[in-house]
Design a protein around this ligand. Structure first.
Ligand SMILES: [Zn+2]
Length: 261
């Protein structure tokens, strides 16, 4: 069945609206990712993950759903401009854009939204948008940084220690290898391995605990545009992470879509 919203006609959307189909929408960005990864990394991963989740749900779930194309731009901190490749929008522009896209879908009659976030700087913005949509429409979107859904499986398979898996490091590089993107291994560098790990700050996207927000870009400044270390990356690790994220998120889809008051 075709689940891509933009491939359907207005008439074909009507039964999805009648069934209160879940709408899945990702947002990545275009931003520098060090010397070895393309600037589209967050966007490529978010779109490919959306496609993987769609294929899995199509085969394994009776939840009606649609997907929208992943958004390719967003907010990055100004300091990213130290390395060419980052296209920045204001935080409020990103939030207003998301609020208006989801708001349009609410006006059509959709009431369940799963927002897939592929870019760390969007975490707080998307949670605020979810609250705004609730205030505007009485509808409660779910927002996830989808890599976190596979943390347990990723940590069991990873070989890099704490501090490898952040921006452009072991996690994203492994996923890009899994998805078949050409990556110049000779450009790998370890110099931005994150070495700052405390009771409060994890310094890794999958290990340790972050009890409050303090940007890694400040407590462990990057010299190359990376945070983390890509050298332990393998396509197999990328496969493990993505498959775990898809399966675990599919379980949440059942929980979220069936929850109606
Ligand atoms: Zn990234």
């Amino acid at each position: 069945m075709e689940h891509r919203f933009e491939y359907l006609t207005s008439e074909e959307l009507k039964p999805f609206i009648a069934q209160k189909a879940l709408v899945v929408m990702g947002i990545g960005t275009i931003e520098e990712h060090g010397a070895h990864l393309p600037t589209g990394t967050d966007w490529f991963i978010t779109q490919r993950f959306t496609d993987d989740l769609s294929a899995y749900l199509d085969q394994n779930s009776s939840v009606p759903f649609l997907t929208l194309p992943a958004i390719w731009t967003g907010y990055s901190a100004t300091l990213m401009q130290a390395w060419p490749g980052t296209i920045r929008m204001a935080t409020r522009t990103v939030m207003d854009m998301m609020r208006q896209i989801i708001g349009s879908l609410c006006e059509m009659g959709f009431d369940k939204f799963l927002i897939l976030n592929g870019h760390g700087h969007h975490t707080e913005l998307l949670r605020v948008v979810a609250r705004e949509i609730a205030d505007d429409h009485g509808v409660f979107p779910a927002v996830t940084n989808f890599f976190t859904l596979g943390a347990k499986e990723y940590n069991a398979a990873r070989t890099g220690p704490t501090g490898t898996s952040i921006h452009g490091g072991e996690d994203e590089t492994s996923v890009m290898l899994h998805y078949g993107y050409k990556i110049d291994v000779s450009k790998y560098t370890t110099v931005d391995h994150v070495h700052y790990h405390t009771e409060f700050m994890a310094g890794d996207n999958f290990l340790g605990s972050t009890k409050l927000f303090w940007s890694t870009w400040n407590y462990n400044p990057s010299t190359t545009g990376l945070l983390g270390d890509p050298t332990p990356s393998t396509p197999e690790l990328g496969r493990v992470l993505i498959e775990a994220c898809v399966k675990n998120l599919a379980r949440f889809v059942e929980e979220y879509w069936h929850h109606r008051d």
